[in-house]
Design a protein around this ligand. Structure first.
Ligand code: AMP
Ligand code: ZN
Length: 457
């Protein structure tokens, strides 16, 4: 089974083949650690985590790097505002980022390079660019000269004139061309800085990724990912730096996720519709957030809403309920993935909505299946879940644990005991009342010959 991915550079779906057979390198731009990740930031994490899982079914070696940007104007501003050290800000938000992403069942990346630990390769890259005539020093800054690269703008399909027309380039009098961007900039006395041939300073953001990729993954990598907003200028500038410094291909497949809006509007603090992952985790379990994020194809814009989350919660509940019906079945079946429709969907440019629909189809089959067919169906559902990063928890635990301040499992068990006693005493009125009471709190009782089971809606 072959994997196809959409390459932003060619604008086409392409057969994925790593440069080095059986060994993949992937890099995804990580967070700038000065505040909590919002649900939009979680989209690339969940999307590329799913790709990471998928790649591991094809190739023996998959090295996935996601950086930590721990030097930046916004970090300096956050430290000043909170009257604290830079390190305390970056340590706090790096730790919180890791915790939040783990809640979304995102596997830790193979490498997590920090910008501040990679200043040497950044200085070396800058030096090479100056030597090759692609960068120049100007008043303590080192700038990349966009006019020195013939095909600058290829990824975002912009000419230099288009860029000037857009307001996204900063005009400054120390630049030769307004599109020139900073590789190295001076640092004020009270700001983090490193000695360099151009004075004490710090790296520009674009330089960080190019240098860390070269240092940790090599001059040419297979996949580079991030959200669409990074195509220009960030990824365009990474290409410029890396190709001009060492020639050849920089990235073989560029992949970008579309944006997530909240209730049909762009998320922004001023609109009051800014949702951090941490905030959402107070109300929904991480797996519910992940499932909601995977319910749309990664290249489709998605609208995140309370309804979407409720629906994700209900759907996951019903899948876990299906798995609970077969929880006593021991698994000793190998699933040939290549035959699986969910696997085919994922290999078609990570089509998660189709893969999820295939999981539903399997659950439906399981409901009607004979005892002999059930183990294989269970194994197929779990194999799909494993790739999607869902359905791996104990079904009973999932169904009985809610998020937030819902009624506790102990309290539910106590009420079920009381209802059992009421039934034995033929007090059916009270038994029914307890069922209704629990229902009002989102707990559904399911009676069977074996006794009463419960799940949260
Ligand atoms: P930032 O912290 O803004 O650099 O964003 C970190 C990552 O999240 C980048 O890959 C962005 O492209 C991505 N991102 C930011 N906002 C959204 C959004 N609303 N929807 C999807 N991806 C986003
Ligand atoms: Zn980057």
């Amino acid at each position: 089974m072959s994997l196809y991915v959409y390459n932003t550079l060619s604008g086409k779906k392409e057969l994925f083949e790593p440069l080095v057979p059986n060994s993949v390198t992937m890099y995804v731009c990580g967070p700038t650690v000065y505040n909590l990740a919002h649900i939009g930031n979680a989209r690339p994490v969940v999307v590329f985590d799913t790709l990471f899982r998928l790649l591991q079914t094809h190739f023996d070696s998959v090295t996935y790097a996601r950086n930590i940007t721990d030097v930046d104007d916004k970090i300096i501003a956050a430290a000043k505002e909170g009257n604290r050290s830079i390190e305390s800000v970056t340590d706090e938000f790096t730790a919180k980022y890791r915790e939040d992403m783990a809640q979304l069942n995102a596997l830790p990346p193979s490498l997590e390079p920090h910008a501040t630990h990679n200043i040497e390769p950044m200085l070396a890259l800058t030096q090479t660019l100056i030597e090759k005539g692609h960068a120049y020093e100007s008043r303590g800054h080192v700038l990349f000269a966009v006019e020195s690269m013939a095909d600058y703008g290829k990824l975002s399909r912009r000419s230099l004139d288009d860029m000037l027309a857009g307001a996204r380039v900063e005009v400054a009098d120390y630049k030769r061309h307004p599109g020139d961007f900073v590789l190295w900039k001076p640092a004020a006395e009270d700001e983090p800085g490193w000695d360099s041939p151009w004075g004490r300073g710090r790296p520009g953001w674009h330089l960080e990724c190019s240098a860390m990729i070269r240092a940790h993954l090599g001059e040419t990598i297979d996949i580079h990912g991030g959200g669409r907003d990074l195509i220009f200028p960030h990824h365009e500038n990474e290409i410029a730096q890396s190709r001009c410094a060492h020639g050849g291909d920089y990235v073989r497949y560029w992949m970008h996720n579309a944006f997530l809006d909240i209730d049909g509007e762009k998320m922004s603090k001023s609109l009051g519709n800014f949702r951090t992952v941490r905030d959402l985790l107070q109300h929904y379990r991480g797996e519910v957030l992940r499932f909601a994020l995977l319910s749309a194809h990664y290249r489709s814009p998605m609208n995140f809403s309370a309804e979407l989350l409720e629906q994700a919660e209900t759907t996951l509940g019903s899948l876990y309920s299906t798995l609970r019906d077969v929880q006593d079945i021991e698994l000793d079946v190998e699933i040939p993935l290549a035959d699986e429709p969910f696997y085919q969907a994922l290999n078609d440019d990570l089509n998660t909505p189709v893969a999820i629909a295939e999981v539903h189809a399997l659950a439906k089959q399981l409901h009607k299946a004979s005892a002999g067919e059930r183990p294989v169906l269970k194994a197929r559902i779990l194999a799909a879940g494993n790739l999607l990063g869902i359905l791996q928890q104990d079904p009973e635990t999932w169904l009985q644990a809610g998020a937030g301040d819902a009624i506790s499992a102990d309290a539910i068990e106590a009420l079920i005991g009381e209802r059992q006693a009421a039934k034995l005493a033929k007090n059916y009125g009270r038994a029914d009342e307890i069922r209704q009471e629990l229902l009002a709190q989102g707990v559904v009782l399911e009676d069977s010959r074996e006794g009463t089971q419960w799940r949260r809606e």
